[in-house]
Design a protein around this ligand. Structure first.
Ligand code: CU
Length: 219
């Protein structure tokens, strides 16, 4: 029996870092779930990586005067592809969004995107977010259409997720031990304090409340 236990421990050690799960619920000032918030986890144990890495390529469409998706989450070094599906031109610019440590350190970009001609496929325009080692949120706007707003969050940690329609971000394979949890949301201009969380074998739950009620997006 003792021998068996010893073997299991050895197997676990061979399989790598012990993992735990964490579900983060983001709610607004009024307690309502917040979709499209970015949840970032910084485990102290950095020897493991998520099973599913963040996508290194993302496409942002311009459709009916909106950026789709409205919030894009990518890792440092990711390529962004812009596709204008509107029949008119968009002149997309990026600029820093938010305040404090979530401020952008990303070099800005400006793209002139021709309107889509009938019967022809849209031509994508690419941008690489090469700036390393920085947390940043970039506001996307359009010089021509002032109401257009979109966001790109470039994550420095591989443990990052966008909240679902229910305001949830779920991490299934976090390294066990101490971690810091941060939340970014476009309308939350004052950075929220990082939340310490101890990841264990038991499923963890954390609720983070914004100090604002985000503007509801047009849809
Ligand atoms: Cu535009």
């Amino acid at each position: 029996m003792k021998k068996f236990l010893f073997s299991s421990a050895m197997l676990a050690a061979c399989a790598g870092v012990m993992a735990g799960s964490l579900s983060v619920a983001v709610v607004d000032k009024e307690g309502q779930p917040v979709p499209d918030a970015i949840v970032l986890v910084f485990p102290s144990d950095k020897s493991a990586l998520p099973k599913v890495p963040l996508p290194t390529q993302a496409t942002i469409a311009q459709e009916k005067m909106q950026f789709l998706p409205n919030v894009t989450l990518v890792p440092v070094g990711a390529r962004l592809s812009f596709i204008n599906n509107d029949p008119w031109d968009h002149h997309v610019r990026s600029s820093p969004a938010g305040m404090g440590q979530f401020n952008a350190t990303q070099a800005g970009f400006e793209l002139r995107l021709e309107g889509k001609s009938a019967g022809k496929p849209s031509r994508p325009t690419e941008v690489t977010l090469a700036k390393a080692g920085a947390l940043s949120a970039t506001l996307l706007g359009c010089f021509i259409h002032g109401s257009m707003r979109g966001y790109v969050y470039v994550s420095e940690t591989p443990w990052a997720a966008k909240t679902s329609a229910e305001g949830l971000a779920v991490f299934d394979d976090l390294p066990e031990g101490a971690a810091q949890v941060r939340v970014w949301q476009a309308d939350q201009l004052v950075d929220l304090a990082p939340r310490p969380f101890n990841v264990s074998a038991l499923p963890g739950k954390l609720s983070v409340q914004l100090g604002v009620v985000p503007r509801r997006r047009r849809s």
